[in-house]
Write a protein that binds this ligand. Structure first.
Ligand SMILES: *Cc1c(COP(=O)(O)O)cnc(C)c1O
Length: 390
């Protein structure tokens, strides 16, 4: 019986077809004979060799994310941050430099400042709102330029075509071109067309919009260029960056509703951001669709939508303790990291230590991530918490 429970002769008919993709789980993948072992290739998705190298579930998710971003290839990583690390490790070697915008996702900067620095890879921070500052940061050692739109926490929207033109101009005089990588978690494949703008790599934390459930951690690295994809794929293999089949299935389940969720959260976030602007004690609201938010013109020209995020700084008269009390007084907006899930979230940040360039506003900022609740409940929640600011 023990053997029969493993080597069972029944094979389900192969023609099963349904709306969801099957959840295929495997470490071992079986081969019918040695010739098949020798012939089979996973690199081009023509076959299966080992669970880490792909299953029908992960191949399908990769293809769908590549389509979402307008690319041709995709590799999956166990988190958005792991996807960022994969790009760094695949492309950088000792002596190289990587350039990061001052408002990059914080852990991307921390990885550069710690592990990459330990390995002899330099990093420089540039002002994403000033293409001339990027031009000045490029040296013969520059190998990789990270871009992010909108910026993390502060949501400035950079002039991506101008930044990419700076890199293109530098590349004209170089043998080994600088690679550009856009962290497109905010755009999620909906708001921006990264490859039409001219980036080499578009990365997403699938943790956010594609999952949409606040239940999965995953990242994706999308490319159009075959050679660049092969470089990423080989590093991905050597690092052993697998994702679980159940997690891949959860993201596949989230994808069909992604455009609707993005649109719904965009509408709510815009409405709440502009309402917030009119509240007493509010000094500044950051959301790229607001006309006085940094980079609004670039956003209007290059983006088709905006994500669920807006950030607020209060009057100088509002103390740090009052900002904390405001966050504690909220009921619908819960305290927590991440965003693009069903539940609205908020998080206070002390800005000056997060930025290398001077921060010209009150130091305490609150970032809001709008969920899928009824917008009137969210507005009422923000309104009732205002009393602690008086
Ligand atoms: C959340 C996030 C990441 C990291 O994603 P994890 O899956 O949480 O590691 C990377 N970039 C941006 C812009 C993010 O918002």
């Amino acid at each position: 019986m023990a053997t029969q429970l493993i080597h069972h002769p029944y094979r389900a008919p192969a023609a099963f077809d349904a709306v969801p993709v099957g959840v295929y789980k495997a470490s071992t993948v079986l081969f019918p004979n040695v010739a098949a072992v020798r012939a089979r290739r996973w690199q081009d998705k023509s076959g299966y060799t080992y669970g880490l190298h792909g299953t029908p579930t992960t191949f399908t998710l990769e293809e769908r994310i590549a389509t979402l971003e307008g690319g041709r290839h995709c590799v999956l990583a166990p988190s958005g941050l792991a996807a960022i690390a994969l790009v760094d490790l695949a492309l950088l070697r000792a002596g190289d430099e990587v350039l990061l915008p001052d408002n990059a996702y914080g852990p991307n900067k921390a990885l550069a400042a710690h592990e990459l620095a330990h390995w002899g890879i330099g990093f420089r921070i540039y002002d994403p709102m000033d293409p001339a500052d990027l031009a000045a940061a490029i040296t013969p050692r520059t190998r990789l330029v990270w871009l992010e739109a909108a910026g993390s926490v502060t949501l400035e929207f950079p002039d991506l075509p101008a930044l990419l033109a700076v890199v293109r101009q530098a590349n004209a005089a170089r043998e080994v071109p600088i690679v550009t990588a856009l962290d497109d978690t905010w755009g999620a494949g909906i708001a921006l067309r990264p490859f039409e703008l001219g980036v080499d790599i578009a990365l997403q934390a699938l943790t956010k919009y594609p999952s949409g459930g606040a239940d999965v951690l995953m990242g994706a690295v999308v490319t159009r260029d075959d050679a660049l994809h092969q470089t990423l794929l080989m590093t991905h293999m050597r690092l052993g960056l697998g994702v679980g089949a159940n997690d891949a299935e959860a993201v596949l389940r989230g994808l069909p509703s992604l455009p609707l969720r993005y649109q719904a959260q965009d509408a709510s976030a815009r409405a709440l951001a502009s309402w917030m602007q009119d509240q007493p004690r509010v000094a500044r609201v950051f959301h790229p669709a607001l006309p006085d938010s940094p980079g609004h013109a670039a956003w209007r020209r290059d983006a088709r939508a905006a994500a669920a995020l807006f950030s607020v700084v209060f009057d100088d008269a509002v103390s740090a303790a009052q900002v904390d009390a405001f966050c504690d007084a909220l009921r619908c907006f819960r305290l927590g990291y991440s965003w693009a899930g069903p539940m609205s979230l908020c998080m206070p940040y002390e800005m000056p230590p997060l930025r290398q360039r001077p921060w010209r506003h009150a130091p305490h900022l609150v970032r809001f991530a709008v969920g899928l609740e009824d917008i009137e409940d969210l507005r009422a929640d923000l309104a009732q918490a205002m009393h602690v600011l008086a």
